[in-house]
Design a protein around this ligand. Structure first.
Ligand SMILES: [Zn+2]
Ligand SMILES: [Zn+2]
Length: 131
């Protein structure tokens, strides 16, 4: 069954005819801002398996300094996807519906996590990028 996702207001929807890969949570200060949260929660998709179903016209992109950008719904503000050079690279796990059959398998840049965050045990943690 396809994986689906949508933003908070429900106008932007997507479908993935495949699997999510490499689910990770990054605790760096940039991801905290980009995800308005204690960390990112993000997984990689195959671009050819990813399809916008509705609301693509509501997407606004913010592209950072390394060519990697995020796309968000300009009506409700949910961040839905990561893009690299204009191609969808992955999705934010917060906007995925239901059971995507993947678990976060690493916490990265834990060395720069927010002072107020407590990370649950049981998942590998790396001070910076994994070796
Ligand atoms: Zn929305
Ligand atoms: Zn980060």
């Amino acid at each position: 069954m396809a994986i689906t996702g949508e933003c908070f207001c429900g106008e932007v929807k997507y479908r993935i005819d495949g699997k999510l890969h490499d689910a990770r949570s990054c605790h760096c200060s940039r991801c905290r801002k980009a995800f308005s949260s204690q960390a990112s929660a993000y997984a990689v998709v195959e671009a050819k398996e990813f399809h916008w179903v509705s609301g693509e016209n509501l997407l606004t992109s913010y592209v950072g300094e390394h060519g990697f950008g995020l796309q968000f719904c300009n009506k409700c503000g949910s961040t839905l996807s990561g893009v690299y050079k204009g191609v969808v690279h992955g999705v934010t796990l917060g906007c995925v519906n239901g059971e995507p059959n993947i678990k976060l398998d690493r916490h990265i840049y834990v060395g720069s996590k927010a002072t107020w965050e407590v990370i649950a045990e049981g998942v590998p943690q790396y001070e910076e990028a994994p070796p």
